[in-house]
Ligand binder design. Structure first.
Ligand code: ZN
Length: 299
C-alpha cells in the first residue's frame, strides 16, 4: 500500500523548498549539469542527453504538485524532480576538492552533515548552483514535455491538494470511504502531501483518534479534521518544514516545525492541552501513530 512507504518530506517541506527556490533561480540560465551517476536521470540517453537538452535554457517557473518539484525551462521541456525520502535541493556555490563537492560558503551548507551528500548539480550563468544532497540516493529527475507533465504516472492518479479544498469538497472525499482515518489521510490517491508527521499533528489538533473508522466519524469530526489540516499545514509552511530528520532548506538551514510538534514522536510527554493525557505510540500496519488517549476520541 502506498501509505506504508516513508513519507518525508511532506507537503510543507516541499512547498518551502519551492518557495525559496522561486526567489533564487527563476530567470537564471542553466549552463551545465553534473551527476555522480547515471541513475538519477530517468530518460533514454541518460545524463549526456539530459545535459544537452537543458543547457542554455532559462528557468521559467518552479511549482509543487503533491511532493514533486516541477521546474519549467525554456522550450517545450520541464524538469520533474522527486526528492523521495532523503533528498533536498540546495542553492549555493560548491567546488570539487579531492573528488568531493565542498560549499564555498561557511555555515550549514558546509557544516551540516545532511548537506554533504551531493549527487548532482545544475550550474547557472550567475555562477551559483542548485545541488541535490541525498544520503539514500533515491531522488530522481525526469525531463518531460510540458504537455505530458500531468499524465506522468507519478501524478496522474493523485488525489487533490489539501490546501485547495473547501470544507464541502473536503467532506465529499470522505463519503463512501472506508478504513481507519490515519492511513487514509496518508494515502496520496485520497489526498496528497500528508505523511506520518502531519497526519499525527492534524489528528491531535482535531481531537480524533488515528484508529477511528471513517464511516463512524460525524460531520463535525470531519469538519474539525478539515480545519486542522489547513491550520497545521499552513503553520508548518510558516515554520519552513520539519527538520527532525534529513530535510533542510535550500540555504542548508533547518526548518522549525520539529520544535512545536504536539504528537509526532512525542511519546511519553504530557499532552500540550494539559488534559492529563500522555502521548502514546501505537502501530498501524507498518507505521506508528502518536496520539493523546485523553482528548483524541475513537469513532
Ligand atoms: Zn490531550
Amino acid at each position: 500500500m502506498t501509505w506504508s512507504q516513508p513519507d518525508i518530506p511532506e507537503l510543507p517541506e516541499v512547498e518551502t523548498i519551492v518557495r525559496e527556490l522561486r526567489k533564487k533561480i527563476i530567470g537564471l540560465k542553466i549552463i551545465d549539469f553534473w551527476s555522480d551517476k547515471e541513475k538519477p536521470v530517468h530518460q533514454a540517453g541518460g545524463v549526456t542527453k539530459f545535459k544537452k537538452e537543458i543547457q542554455g535554457k532559462k528557468v521559467l517557473s518552479v511549482v509543487r504538485r503533491a511532493k514533486f518539484i516541477v521546474i519549467d525551462i525554456d522550450g517545450d521541456k520541464t524538469m520533474f524532480i522527486h526528492q523521495k525520502i532523503s533528498g533536498h535541493l540546495m542553492y549555493g556555490k560548491w567546488e570539487q576538492k579531492n573528488g568531493q563537492w565542498v560549499s564555498k560558503f561557511s555555515g550549514p551548507l558546509k557544516e551540516d552533515r545532511q548537506n554533504q551528500y551531493i549527487r548532482y548539480i545544475w550550474i547557472f550563468n550567475n555562477s551559483y548552483q542548485l545541488a541535490m544532497s541525498d544520503v539514500r540516493r533515491f531522488s530522481r529527475i525526469i525531463l518531460v514535455r510540458d504537455k505530458d507533465v500531468s499524465g506522468l504516472k507519478e501524478i496522474r492518479d493523485l488525489g487533490p491538494e489539501p490546501l485547495e479544498l473547501n470544507a464541502e469538497s473536503f467532506g465529499r472525499l470522505f463519503r463512501a470511504k472506508k478504513g481507519k482515518i490515519k492511513p487514509v489521510l496518508m494515502d496520496p490517491t485520497f489526498i496528497v502531501g500528508i505523511g506520518n508527521i502531519y497526519a499525527d499533528e492534524i489528528l491531535w489538533d482535531a481531537g480524533v483518534h488515528p484508529l477511528s473508522q471513517i464511516d463512524k466519524l460525524s460531520k463535525d469530526d470531519i469538519n474539525r479534521i478539515f480545519k486542522s489540516t489547513r491550520k497545521i499545514l499552513r503553520l508548518a509552511i510558516r515554520y519552513k518544514g520539519d527538520s527532525m530528520d534529513d530535510y533542510r532548506l535550500p540555504s542548508g538551514e533547518k526548518g522549525g516545525y520539529q520544535n512545536i510538534q504536539k504528537a509526532y514522536q512525542q511519546t511519553g510527554k504530557k499532552c500540550a492541552r494539559k488534559d492529563g493525557g500522555v502521548i502514546t505510540r501505537i502501530k498501524i500496519g507498518q507505521r506508528s501513530a502518536h496520539f493523546c488517549p485523553k482528548h483524541q476520541r475513537i469513532a
